[in-house]
Structure formats: structure tokens, C-alpha cells
Design a protein around this ligand. Structure first.
Ligand SMILES: Nc1nc2c(c(=O)[nH]1)N[C@H]1C(S)=C(S)[C@@H](COP(=O)(O)O)O[C@H]1N2
Ligand SMILES: [Mo]
Length: 197
């Protein structure tokens, strides 16, 4: 008799449960960038959160790392139908960056070095759901994958995980970022296939 049924052992981990509808399992990790790769130096790196009072909360690379990074294992899902499961990442939780930010706004526009933007509801960034990642698979992020630091929002399609992240602007209203202006869904939940709008 087997006790490893779902009800007894809890949620089974495996592609059947981890792959959202319409996704295909990938072992390799494609590079998907609109435009050239910006090369960002940690010496001059600056990350900012801009709130509605006009206050800019800034972190240089050292201040950012001093917040404390954590290791997480998550799946990523690209709207172009590839998924990569159980990836080891390291990053600083957005909860730490928002600790001293007071806002009544519900939306965020993420801005990258190089000009890429993507919009995210604030609630999708908080409560352990998102990170600014510096490492993947045990190594510093390659420039092609967004190094030195990128957003990581694994529960949304991967276009929301802005590479070369530079800052977050709090907004009263949701507005489309780069891909969203080009037809991608404003929110991007892979489990309900929020691909296009
Ligand atoms: N700055 C920036 N971030 C970006 C993109 C981009 O073109 N520029 N592409 C997005 C898309 S569509 C995807 S699928 C992922 C790809 O990340 P990867 O190249 O590390 O696989 O980054 C997202 N973040
Ligand atoms: Mo993508």
C-alpha cells in the first residue's frame, strides 16, 4: 500500500502540477530581450522607489545587499510557452525594500536600465511574492539574464520580471508598460492564461 497519495503527502511536486496550462517544460534557459543588453556596473548601480510625495528611496549596491538576500526555489513561466521549473535563485525580498515606504497607491511601474518598463500591482510584489534577484543557479546573473540585478516575480509571466531593474514608481492607476502597450495582458497570471488583452 502506498501512502504517497496527494491527500496524504500533500502537494506533489512535479511537472504535472507545476506547469500552467499551455506551457512546455524547458531544461535550458532562453535569453529574451527587446533591444540591446545594457551593461550595468555595481559601482554606479542605484535602485530607487519613488512614492507619491515625491520622496525617492535610494539604495546603492552595498546598501541593497546589506538588506539581506535569501535563497528561493521557484518556477518561471514565459508567455511564449516555455517554463523552467525548480530554479535556484538568490535575491532581496521586495518586502525589505518597501519596509520604510508609505504609500496609498496600489500600482507600480518598474523601470529598467535601457528603458524597459512593466506594470505590476503592488500586492503582487509584497508578502514574499517577489524579489530583486542577483544570482541564479548558484552564480551571479549574467548580463544577458538581467545582471547585476533583476526583478523576479515568479507567479506572473516572466515578462514582468524586469531585467536590469533601476527603480519602481508608485502610481495611483494601472498603466501599461512596454509589452503591455504591445498587447500583453496588464496582469499576466500564467495559471489563468492572462497572456494578451
Ligand atoms: N529590461 C528588460 N527586462 C525584461 C525583458 C526585456 O526585454 N528587457 N524581457 C522580458 C521577457 S519577455 C522575458 S520572457 C524575460 C526573459 O528573461 P531571460 O532573458 O533571463 O530569460 O525577461 C523579461 N524582462
Ligand atoms: Mo517573455
Amino acid at each position: 500500500m502506498s501512502f504517497t497519495t496527494r491527500g496524504f503527502a500533500g502537494r506533489r511536486r512535479g511537472p504535472d502540477d507545476q506547469l500552467p496550462p499551455g506551457q512546455t517544460l524547458f531544461e535550458n534557459w532562453p535569453v529574451l530581450t527587446a533591444g540591446p543588453t545594457p551593461y550595468v556596473d555595481t559601482e554606479t548601480w542605484d535602485f530607487a522607489i519613488l512614492d507619491e510625495t515625491g520622496t525617492e528611496h535610494h539604495w546603492n549596491w552595498e546598501q541593497f545587499l546589506a538588506l539581506g538576500a535569501e535563497d528561493i526555489t521557484v518556477d518561471i513561466h514565459c508567455v511564449t510557452h516555455w517554463s523552467k521549473l525548480d530554479m535556484a535563485w538568490r535575491g532581496v525580498s521586495l518586502d525589505k525594500l518597501f519596509e520604510n515606504v508609505e504609500t496609498s497607491h496600489d500600482y507600480v511601474m518598474a523601470h529598467s536600465y535601457g528603458g524597459y518598463t512593466t506594470n505590476v500591482p503592488l500586492e503582487d510584489l509584497l508578502d514574499g511574492k517577489a524579489w530583486i534577484a542577483t544570482e541564479a543557479e548558484g552564480a551571479p546573473l549574467d548580463a544577458e539574464h538581467g545582471g547585476p540585478a533583476r526583478l523576479l516575480i515568479p507567479h506572473l509571466y516572466f515578462w514582468k520580471s524586469a531585467k536590469w531593474i533601476r527603480g519602481l514608481v508608485l502610481q495611483e492607476r494601472d498603466e501599461p508598460g512596454f509589452w503591455e502597450q504591445n498587447g500583453y495582458h496588464l496582469h499576466g497570471d500564467p495559471w489563468t492564461e492572462e497572456r494578451y488583452w
